[in-house]
Design a protein around this ligand. Structure first.
Ligand code: TYM
Length: 336
């Protein structure tokens, strides 16, 4: 079977450096070698309450960031999930394949629902079956994601296997996670043991793709560190989560190894390292931010790109769902 890439990103607030280094930078690279389908997952966004006007705006903004980062809408497909009804249709079928026990193990639900589990939406609980549907509606074989999505990919593979076994046919592929690069799990700038995340209440915990040079410099200068100078060897980062995080961010941005970062900065304090890190971050992000602003000045162009992407995505997913309907035993063809 030919390789096909699928990945998604939620339109909830500004994208941050973790999204960029963990996912989007890899999405851009993969376009050179594969057919790629990239999706702004608005159906996933509504698993927690959203303001409708803000959701529309965030969908355009996230599309603009992805385009600005280098996704070429002629080569790759970029669209928003809710436009292609096959995602929701397949998710329902997968809700009838996946078992409660499988979903009960999902750590993301536990983290997001927190203590108030009874009040979480059913959609938040079923988030991973929709994600499996996203991937398998395109029979995607490779899924570039950050480290935090590993468990959801394992569930996707289990669902594919269970579906195939149920209907006695090798219908869906077993999609492989592609956890690539040097920063597959970017940590908060305020706490080296917590993941950098859109939902962290502190703005200083993350660098976003709309931060200007001053904001990036300030956030990196304020980043939590320890009083020791940087070590010259990787082993010296043991037990120093903040130092490790900043070193791996530097390596990922400058596209060099962590060893090379330490060869350059070993023995120096954070007073010297932080401004150098801010410089590489600004050099990498400033052109993307500028390009994103240009896209946002022309929302009609973004909408046209998403329209075209939705049509091309639909053309792939529709026949897959027609086969799924036949295997499942549904009478007649879908109107969607
Ligand atoms: P989202 O929007 O939460 O994250 C988008 C991508 O960014 C990665 N990521 C990180 N990588 C490294 N360090 C971090 N601190 C960090 N934070 C986020 C995520 O791993 C992800 O790759 N559930 C998906 C969206 C989705 C999806 C899909 C992905 C929906 N359907 C189908 C792949 C295939 C998510 O986490 O979105």
């Amino acid at each position: 079977m030919d390789k096909r890439i699928f990945s998604g990103i939620q339109p909830t607030g500004n994208l941050h450096l973790g999204n960029y280094l963990g996912a989007i930078q890899n999405w851009v690279r993969l376009q050179d070698d594969f057919e790629c389908v990239y999706c702004v997952v608005d159906l996933h966004a509504i698993t927690v309450p959203q303001d409708p006007a803000e959701l529309r705006q965030s969908t355009r903004e996230v599309a603009a960031s992805v385009l600005a980062a280098g996704i070429d809408p002629k080569r790759s497909i970029l669209f928003n999930q809710s436009r292609v009804p096959q995602h929701a249709e397949l998710a329902w079928i997968f809700n009838c394949v996946a078992r409660l026990g499988w979903l009960n193990r999902m750590t993301q639900f536990k983290e997001k629902a927190g203590k108030n589990r009874e009040n979480a939406t059913v959609g938040l609980y079923a988030y991973p079956t929709l994600m499996a549907a996203d991937i398998l509606a395109y029979k995607a074989t490779h899924v570039p994601v950050g480290d935090d999505q590993k468990q959801h990919l394992e569930l996707t593979r289990d669902i594919a296997q269970a579906f195939n076994a149920m209907f006695g046919e090798e219908f869906f592929p077993q999609p492989e996670p592609q956890i690539l690069g040097k920063a597959t799990r970017v940590m908060s700038l305020r706490d080296g043991t917590a993941k950098m995340s859109k939902s962290d209440p502190s703005e200083y915990s993350r660098i976003t793709m709309t931060d200007d040079a001053d904001a990036i410099m300030t956030k990196i200068k304020k980043a939590k560190t320890d009083p020791q100078p940087l070590p010259s060897e990787i082993e010296g980062l043991e037990g120093r989560p903040e130092a490790r995080n900043l070193v791996s961010i530097y390596a990922a941005l400058a596209e060099i190894s962590e060893e090379d970062v330490l060869t350059q900065f070993g023995g120096q304090g954070f007073g010297a390292f932080k401004p150098a890190l801010a410089d590489v971050a600004i050099a990498k992000l400033a052109p993307i931010t500028a390009q994103m602003t240009t896209y946002m000045q022309d929302p009609a162009q973004i909408d046209a790109i998403l329209d075209d992407g939705a049509e091309r995505a639909h053309a792939i997913a529709r026949p897959v769902l027609a086969d799924v309907r036949r295997l499942t035993g549904f009478l007649g063809s879908s109107l969607g």
